[in-house]
Design a protein around this ligand. Sequence first.
Ligand code: ITT
Length: 195
Amino acid sequence: MELIFATNNKHKIREISDLLDNRFNILGLADVSITDDIPEDADNLADNAVYKARYVHERTSMNVFADDTGLEVNALNGAPGVHSARYAGAGRNPDDNIIKLLKQLEGITNRKARFRTVIALIFNNREYLFEGKVEGKIIQKRKGTGGFGYDPVFIAKGYDKTFAEIPLSEKNKISHRAQAMKKLLEFLAQQPVSQ
Ligand code: ITT
């Protein structure tokens, strides 16, 4: 089954390919010659994900899913949230984002945070939403070199290592995206194979 994952983020494609069985052939945006930077201007994750999926569906008529993820920090009233990618500016630089986050949390003891992912799927012209989240905390200083984005400063509940210190296989057991993907996969598994 061919399915477009509407992302340019190679890390995400790798994470998801790791989760999928070989019934699915995942195509990235580059595979369908979409090079546009699809706007993510909505004020919530679901609307951004739906917008991206519709954008690609209108141009390809193929089954497609898109995700949007945010890091929600309790002490910052849910920020950076939907603005996670551009938290420190339009450059979308993960190192700058982490520096800003740690600065905002200086002196704050409540470090509770969660990653939340919303996936929008357009399948046979119908729209579906799937959500996953992982609770945890933001540490004081970055640790680890794996993962991407905010991974070096996020420790999931019940763990003592950051997402950048644990293997991808471990992150994929519990992560926000893995949980949303699991719901997507359960849905797809129920669809006839010919789709
Ligand atoms: P696309 O929009 O092309 O899919 P993106 O990197 O912009 O890729 P998101 O908008 O979903 O991805 O991500 C928002 C921000 O959250 C961005 O700064 C990411 O680096 C970060 N992020 C997303 N998933 C993450 C994860 O699993 N671990 C750490 N940070 C993550």
